[in-house]
Each structure stands twice: as C-alpha cells, then as structure tokens.
Design a protein around this ligand. Sequence first.
Ligand code: G3P
Ligand code: CA
Length: 223
Amino acid sequence: MLVIGHRGAMGHAPENTLQAIQIALDIGVDWIEIDVYAVENEMVVIHDDDVDRTTNGHGPVMEHSLADLRKLDAGNGQQIPLLSEVVNLIDAKAGLNIELKGPGTAAPVINYLNTQLPAHWAADQILLSSFDHLELLSAKRLSPIYNRAPLFWTGEIDYDFVMRELEAVCINPSLHMVNQEIVDEAHSNGLAVLVYTVNEKADIERMRKMGVDGIFTNFPDRA
Ligand code: G3P
Ligand code: CA
C-alpha cells in the first residue's frame, strides 16, 4: 500500500510548506500530495481558497498578487511555496500528486510540466487529481502523458466517464465513502484506489485489509 504524505506531512509541520514536504521525504513516503492555485501564471501551493486559516494574511488567494502571497507566513516562518520549489525539493525521490484546487489550473500546470519539469523526472512520477473532473479532462486534452485521478467525497462513481473520458489510472475516494464494493469494482475495472485522509492506525489497517492501493495521511510515520 502506497503511503502518500498529505499536504506534505501536515501532522508534523504547517501544511503545504517545504518544511512539511521535507519531513515527509525524511519519513520515506512513496508520494507527496499538494494543492495548487495559479496566480499570475505561477503555481502556488495552498489548500484553501483564502489565506486566512493557513497564513498570517487575509482574503481570497486569487485576489492577492504573487508578490503579496510570497510575503505571507504560512507557519514556522515558511513561505507559501511555488510548485517549482516543491519539484526541486522532492527531486524525483518520491512521486508528486498535484491536486488542481484553484480555478483554471490545468493549463498552467501542464505548461509547467511540459516546459520545466527536470528531465530526470519520469512522467509517471506525476499524478494529477481534482474534485473538478472537467479540469482533469482539460489536463488530459492538453497532455495525456501525466496520469489522472478524480477525487470523490461522496456519491456515485461514473466508471464510464472515469475510464473512457478521463482515462484515469485510479480513483481517490474519501475515507468515509470507501467500502469493499468500491475497491473491488475499481480493481475489476483496472483502476487503483487511493483513499484520503487516513490518519488513525485502525483505519490504516482497515484500508490495508480492504486492499486499497494507497492512502493519503497526515502522519506517514504511522503507516
Ligand atoms: O487528495 C486527497 C485530499 O487531499 C483531498 O482533500 O480537502 O485535503 O484537498 P483535501
Ligand atoms: Ca488536497
């Protein structure tokens, strides 16, 4: 079962910071997950659509200039990172799951990957995910070489869309949604299952027994 550091390793350091990502790397995660927004054509790594919860600033991410976002303290004196800084820190030593969180992120993320991803990274070390499945479809149309994973919080999974339109490699359901039937059906369709966010040891074991292929966790050391 793959261990994916959630927002770096947010149980150990401020989420989506280089510090949290370094801790995840030190623990030895297989993959690292981050959330991105595109501001002034640059990808910034932050989860919420405003900066209030995770920084010392106020207001919507998209109403800030890039320079102002970079002046904020995202915890422990850390800056809001750029996608390029995250890529350089990970240095292909783990996979990188980029969640397309902000509006219109597919095009700038694909542009970054196609023009700036260092050559020693393989395309399959990148996984694009999103709750916005149409944004993932845009990513596929722009460049199909980066694997895609639709996120599901609840509800039905449209396997026809997931497999034939998105041509996804996996589905990423929430912990409260996932069950044996979903895992088995996904597997019978040739899709892997990555479950978020699995922090308790009992849940980690339950996911292992269910045969899920990977978990997102704030505490990768527990897995
Ligand atoms: O990608 C898994 C998980 O990160 C999705 O939920 O809200 O933590 O971005 P959220
Ligand atoms: Ca996320």
